[in-house]
Design a protein around this ligand. Structure first.
Ligand code: GLN
Length: 479
């Protein structure tokens, strides 16, 4: 069910929030042993919130999210509920406060069914880096759901929640959305507060929705977007009603098709589906033009210097002293810190910490980190120039359909290549959405629509028009 469908049923009193919540909890019970999208199920909390929502609804109150089940990625702080980032080092961490987005969902009357599995500290593209379990793709359980928000995307696809929140540092909302055939929006950097989001790479991280359709993404954005004085990078720009502009017509829209995104090694079925989608956008009234963003090819290198550098600084706080897991059997405090990090972090997290520490060390800082920041500016300017001529850019989300579990796990470089089409967007701080654009051999393909800063309304409209015309979103996995 979508949010707007559930909302209609609740308003017409055809179902209560308690009934709806019980149905979803039963569904989780039934399929999550196979999907493993959840690290924590908060059944009691959900039922209490559902009863409260029913009271509010009975009085004619509440909003579009009231009484509807939501799932939150496990890197967003939830007061009183474990927040582990799917890492051993936070296996017992219960935050004393809520992330801003969680506060906002609570105020909107959302029903929290649990916390979603993820790649440890959001580092990965397959959810195989979780210290808890591997999440399985509901379309084919032998394949990955993408990552790092793989739990969020898989749960939406498998009908274990109506919608979910994810975080996106280099593609972690959009790539799993693509792999699971759901909608995923990464907002403009600064549009949604990061307060209470466990930091991975602070200049790239952004929270956004994973939903069944575009209307739902707009509904969630209406609640979570906005300025927050507790996040100094959050922008005090007014929040529009993101549902207002959802019109199934694209007359007058100018769309650019950056040729560098059709990378070498891309599966031909993916390129074909995206070409078909571009034709559909033209039928809806848009004009499309091939464009060139020549520095796109440097994005991967820039990202894998900047993200690990920031991660190495952000993850210095996990020392076993302040909170989380502590290795106890030691002689002195230094050994405690060392052993805590040795046993608490998984291999990918350690790899990032080492890469980042190296890139930031004296003597290498100018050669790597500073150089990467300069190229970052060039990439951003290239986008700015394109947006002088075009309303949005259209690309694939991922060069491939979901791959098999284990297929890339031993080859970090192959894994990093999963995000070639999504990384540049975080580097530039701009918004992008991924939505279902077809299937190859029964496996999902995603279309990415990229916009200028704070143009979420525009990309949502283009996505909506395409979604309504193409209808891919209506397909559901057999699970
Ligand atoms: N896959 C990328 C990485 O491992 C992006 C992750 C993300 O967006 N959180 O860094």
């Amino acid at each position: 069910m979508t949010i707007h469908e559930a909302n209609e049923l609740l308003r017409k009193k055809q179902v209560s929030s308690v009934e709806l919540t019980k149905t979803y909890l039963a569904r989780i019970d039934k399929v999550d042993a196979k999907v493993r999208a959840f690290v924590t199920v908060t059944g009691d909390l959900a039922m209490a919130q559902a009863r409260q929502a029913d009271k509010v609804l009975a009085e004619g109150g509440g909003g579009p999210l009231t009484g509807i089940p939501a799932l939150i990625k496990d890197n967003m702080c939830t007061k009183g509920t474990l927040t582990t980032c799917s890492s051993k080092i936070l296996q017992n961490f219960v935050p004393p406060y809520n992330a801003m987005v969680v506060e906002k969902l609570n105020s909107a009357g959302a029903v929290a069914v649990g916390k979603a599995n993820m790649d440890e500290f959001a580092m990965g593209s397959s959810t195989e880096n979780s210290a808890v379990s591997i999440t399985h793709n509901p379309w084919d359980l032998a394949r990955v759901p993408g990552g790092s928000s793989g739990g969020s995307a898989a749960a939406v696809a498998a009908g274990e929640t109506v919608y979910a929140l994810g975080s996106d540092t280099g593609g972690s909302i959009r790539q799993p959305a693509s792999f699971c055939s759901v909608v995923g929006l990464k907002p403009t950097y600064g549009r949604v507060s990061r307060y209470g989001l466990v930091a991975f790479a602070s200049s790239l991280d952004q929270i956004g929705p994973l939903t069944r359709d575009v209307t739902d993404a707009a509904l969630v954005m209406n609640v979570i977007a906005g300025h927050d004085t507790r996040d100094s990078t959050s922008v005090p720009a007014p929040v529009p009603d993101y549902t207002k502009n959802l019109i199934p017509d694209l007359k007058g829209f100018r769309l650019g098709i950056p040729k560098e995104y059709f990378v070498e090694g891309m599966q031909p079925e993916v390129a074909g589906a995206v070409r078909n989608a571009i034709k559909k956008l033209e039928e809806l009234g848009a004009t499309t033009t091939e464009v060139s963003l020549p520095h796109t090819g440097h994005s991967l290198a820039v990202y894998y210097i900047i993200a690990p550098s920031e991660a190495s600084a952000n993850l210095a706080r996990y020392d076993g002293v302040k909170y989380g897991f502590q290795y106890k059997d030691t002689d002195n405090v230094w050994e405690t810190i060392e052993k805590t990090r040795q046993y608490g972090f998984g291999p990918e997290v350690k790899r990032r910490i080492m890469l980042g520490t190296y890139a930031l060390s004296a003597g290498y800082y100018d050669a790597y980190y500073l150089k990467a920041q300069k190229v970052r500016t060039i990439i951003r300017r290239e986008f700015d120039a394109a947006f002088e001529k075009y309303d949005a850019l259209i690309t694939p989300t991922s060069p491939t359909v979901p791959f098999k579990i284990g297929e890339k796990a031993d080859d970090p470089l192959q894994m990093y290549l999963s995000d070639v089409c999504t990384l540049p967007i975080n580097i530039a701080g701009i918004p992008a959405i991924s939505l279902p654009a077809g299937f190859a051999g029964g496996l999902p393909i995603g279309l990415q629509i990229i916009g200028k800063p704070f143009s979420e309304e525009t990309i949502l409209r283009i996505a909506y028009a395409y979604e309504q015309a193409a209808g891919w979103w209506q397909n559901k996995p057999a699970i």
